[in-house]
Every structure is written in structure tokens, then in C-alpha cells.
Design a binder for this molecule. Structure first.
Ligand SMILES: Nc1ncnc2c1ncn2[C@@H]1O[C@H](COP(=O)(O)OP(=O)(O)OP(=O)(O)O)[C@@H](O)[C@H]1O
Ligand SMILES: [Mg+2]
Length: 472
């Protein structure tokens, strides 16, 4: 953070200093919400959560080096007291970003925000100091905390924005006004909450409405609901995708034998070949989006292609491929799931399996519930089960309750499958089954919505092996 005195912070957030002997003492950062993350010079933001109340940790934070606490009541150590800590944190972020003059790149979409944000970060880092959202901290607390971690050296701030409802992106974008706004896609994630895809598009499109005239709206040419957002912005529009009229375009998209996407990248500065280190063709769209941002910030097509081909996963459990010493490959994509990403992950699994089939290797899809699908839930689970059969996945293990049974039934009804598809009640049962069945050359995909916690299966499978596992 840029150094700010407690007096300045109190003025910015409209707060009241309590137990502050010296208002000129400065906060140098970071701003944290977990007392265990406090370092010398920190500001500790105390939130009253459902289970823990940050205010109870004020003393501990102070003893660990925090200069003061941003709190909603006096806490017995130096504090700036406000009515609304979330709002105060946002106000502080807004002022700091304005003073820094950093270029803000904001992105939203139904799926792929974190993956794309990590790619953008790896591209822009090559050019100038860049700060980006860690993991998926994309809400009204995570966003300002990330923005506040920028320093005077920071040139780019890459921020993931989640849209919880109408008006949410407006709120976030107002805290950290972006010059570049990227919308990835409008899928069916959270459709239960929003009601329709159009309503989701309405919420996500708020991002392009806030862009300035000299800014850039980067839109997915292949997604009609995203493309249509061009009419909602005063900024210049840059399209990415596989469509012929996309400014940043992928051509000749294919999967390599091990399931990595390769394509020819076209930008207005030329063309260059890319082979991603990431797995699954859904990353093509993410990579093109990242390329469009990098192009907008002045990178040449060769620089972009080289950086994309070298970029890895920065956030965990997203198509994380680990080869066990015994030759079993585990693909941990258990971070989250929706119908689109299930299909993409299954296609990647099928591609990875192709190369191994000659050696007797099989493909296993260990899948669980896709949450928040509302009325579409039965049909979507059924469809994923059927796709697994059509892609010739060797074995489907559906894990969990009713939704898992729909997955399994879809697979059963689609093919002549009998014991190729099984339904087990929980992660432990899936692990038991896999431990006894897996053999060298097999590839296992593990994927479900976050709430299922299916990464336990992947982690258990990796624990069983002796020696080092190599993450590719
Ligand atoms: N372009 C895409 N289209 C469809 N699915 C994708 C795409 N990119 C990533 N995914 C899949 O979606 C899941 C979530 O990916 P990621 O974490 O990048 O998305 P996110 O938008 O940040 O999610 P969240 O809303 O949970 O923050 C992963 O399982 C990944 O495989
Ligand atoms: Mg995310």
C-alpha cells in the first residue's frame, strides 16, 4: 500500500479514531482481514463474520505489528471506527487506486475468470510490475484488499469481479474504475439465483457500462450475449474468439495428444503459434481473452504467444494434472463445475486418454453435482452423463446424492453401459473404488461444484503413492 497516516485514513473513510495516541503514525500495509496475516505496518480490517468476529482478534493483530484496526466499534487498541467496515475498505481502495494512477484491468464472466486472470497476470508481468487478485477473491472484500496491495511501482492491477446480482459489478467497478473491461462468457452458472441467462448478461454487462471513452471493452465474439454488450459501452470494443471478425483470433484450434490446446494466434500485429501448458480446450477462449488484454496494453503477437505458451496454473485445482510414479494420471479440476466446464473437462480427458489407449490406459470421470442450476438441474446432469458416454470415457463414477444419480442414469440410458458407470454415495467410497481399480496408464478426472469438495478424492489418490509426484 502507499503509506498513509491514520489521520488520512480516518478522513478518507469518514471514521473516528479511538485509542490513537499519534494520528500521524503511518500504515504501510498490507491491509489484512486475518490476524495471522498481519505484518509490521499493517492495517487490520475487523469483520464480524458468522462464526468468528474479527474484533475479537484486534489485540492479537496489534501485538503482531498492526498499526491500527479498521473496526465497527472500539477495541481497546488503536482503531478507526466506522459504521460499515466493508464500505470503508472500499473507500480506502478507491482513493489509493486513484492516487496510484495504475491501469486497472477488470474481468468478469460465468466461468474462467480466475484462469484468465492468472493468464493475464503472467502476460502483463513480463512488461511491468503487476498486482492481481489472489485465487478467486473477487467480492466486495477481496477486491479492495487486492487493490490495496498495489504499491507505487505497480503499473497494472488485474481484478477478478464476481457478479452476485444486479448492481454488484457497478459497485465493484466504482471502487476500482477499470480502463480495460473484459467479459468472458455468459453461462448457466448461478442461473438458479438470476433466473435467466439474459439476467446474468445484464449483471455482467455492467462492467462495460462504466468504462471511459478512452478505455477498451474486450468482448467474446463467440458468445452472442457478450457480443451484444458492445451497445452498452462508450469505450472502444475489441473482440476476441474464433469468429472470423474477432480482432484477436484463434485459428486452427486443436488439442495435442496430451490434451493441451494449440492454435494460431492472430492479433492486429500479426500471427504466431501457441501451445498452452494448460489442459482443456476451454482455455483457448481464456487465452484469447488474455491475449486481447495484452494486445491492448501494447504487447506484440510474438511476445504474447511466447508468454501464453509458457504460462502455468497459478490457482489450484483447475485442471491440475499430476502424474503418479506408477503411471496413473490424476486431473484435479475439483475447484468448481458447471455444464460448460464439465463438457470441456470431459473433452480434455478424452484427448488425454486417446494417447494412452494403445497402452491399455483407461479414462475415468469421477464427477459430482453441479450446484445452483435451478430447474435445469436434472436435464444438465443427465446431459453430462450422456456426453461422457459419447466421448467414450471408459468409466464414470458419479459421486453424491440425487444429482449424481441423474449423471449416472444419463450415462446408463445413453449407451450400452452397465458397469462402466457407477454411483457411489460419497468421496470416501469413490476413493476406495478407485484405489482397488486403477492401474498404470489410467487417467482420472475429478470434478464437481465447489460445495462437494471432491478435491478430497484427487488428494487421496495422490497421497497413496510413494515418492515424489511430479506436477506438470
Ligand atoms: N472459458 C471457460 N468455459 C467454460 N468453463 C471454464 C472456462 N474456463 C475455465 N472453466 C472451468 O470452470 C471452472 C472454474 O474456473 P475458474 O476458477 O477459472 O472460473 P471462475 O469464473 O473464476 O469461477 P468462480 O466464479 O468460482 O470464481 C473450472 O473447473 C474450469 O475448468
Ligand atoms: Mg474465480
Amino acid at each position: 500500500m502507499i503509506p498513509l497516516s491514520l489521520a488520512e485514513i480516518a478522513a478518507i473513510v469518514g471514521g473516528q479514531p479511538y485509542d490513537v495516541p499519534d494520528p500521524s503514525v503511518t500504515v504501510t500495509g498490507p491491509v489484512v482481514k486475518d490476524s495471522r496475516d498481519v505484518r509490521q505496518g499493517s492495517l487490520f480490517a475487523a469483520f464480524a463474520g458468522e462464526r468468528v468476529d474479527g474484533h475479537d482478534y484486534a489485540r492479537r493483530a496489534f501485538d503482531a505489528g498492526a498499526v491500527a484496526v479498521l473496526a465497527s466499534r472500539p477495541v481497546g487498541v488503536p482503531a478507526i471506527v466506522v459504521d460499515d467496515v466493508v464500505g470503508a475498505l472500499g473507500a480506502l481502495a478507491r482513493t489509493v487506486v486513484e492516487r496510484l494512477g495504475t491501469t486497472v484491468v477488470a474481468l468478469t464472466g460465468s466461468a474462467g475468470k480466475t484462469s484468465t486472470k492468472d493468464l493475464i497476470a503472467q502476460l502483463l508481468e513480463r512488461k511491468a510490475p503487476t498486482v492481481w487478485t489472489p485465487g478467486s477473491l473477487n467480492n466486495e472484500i477481496g477486491l479492495p484488499l487486492t487493490a490495496l496491495s498495489a504499491t507505487a511501482e505497480t503499473r497494472h492491477l488485474v481484478l477478478e469481479m464476481g457478479a452476485k446480482g444486479i448492481g454488484h459489478i457497478h459497485y465493484l467497478a466504482d471502487l476500482t474504475p477499470p480502463r480495460i473491461g473484459l467479459v468472458l462468457n455468459v453461462g448457466s452458472a448461478h442461473i438458479g439465483e438470476f433466473g435467466s441467462r439474459e439476467a446474468i448478461a445484464q449483471a455482467k454487462g455492467e462492467l462495460v457500462e462504466v468504462l471511459p471513452e478512452d478505455g477498451a471493452a474486450i468482448l467474446n465474439a463467440d458468445d452472442p450475449l457478450v457480443r451484444a454488450m458492445a451497445s452498452r459501452t462508450k469505450a472502444r470494443v475489441l473482440l476476441f474468439g474464433e469468429a472470423a471478425d474477432a480482432d484477436v483470433r484463434g485459428e486452427n484450434v486443436r488439442l495435442t495428444d496430451d490434451g493441451r490446446p494449440a492454435f494460431a494466434l492472430h492479433t492486429p500485429t500479426g500471427c504466431s503459434d501457441v501451445t498452452l501448458r494448460l489442459y482443456g480446450e476451454h482455455h483457448v477462449s481464456n487465452a484469447l481473452a488474455a491475449a486481447a488484454v495484452a494486445h491492448e496494453l501494447g504487447m506484440s503477437v510474438t511476445e504474447i504467444a511466447e508468454a501464453l505458451s509458457g504460462a502455468g496454473t497459478l490457482s489450484r485445482w483447475r485442471m491440475e494434472v499430476t502424474e503418479r510414479p506408477d503411471g496413473v494420471t490424476v486431473v484435479n479440476d475439483a475447484y468448481n463445475a458447471n455444464p460448460e466446464s464439465m463438457k470441456a473437462a470431459l473433452r480434455a480427458l478424452a484427448a488425454m486418454g486417446k494417447a494412452r489407449r494403445a497402452g491399455g490406459g483407461r479414462t475415468w470421470a469421477v464427477l459430482g453435482q453441479m450446484a445452483e442450476l435451478g430447474d435445469a438441474s436434472l436435464a444438465e446432469h443427465d446431459a453430462v452423463g450422456r456426453i461422457a458416454v459419447r466421448l467414450n470415457v471408459s468409466k464414470l463414477v458419479a459421486v453424491g446424492g440425487q444429482e449424481a444419480s441423474w449423471l449416472q442414469l444419463g450415462a446408463y440410458n445413453e449407451g450400452s453401459w452397465g458397469e462402466e458407470s457407477v454411483h457411489v454415495s460419497d468421496a470416501e467410497a469413490a476413493v476406495d473404488l478407485l484405489r482397488s481399480e486403477l492401474r498404470p496408464g489410467d487417467v482420472v478426472l475429478v470434478k464437481a461444484s465447489r460445495s462437494v469438495g471432491l478435491e478430497r478424492v484427487a488428494l487421496a489418490l495422490l497421497e497413496t503413492t510413494e515418492g515424489e509426484v511430479a506436477v506438470r
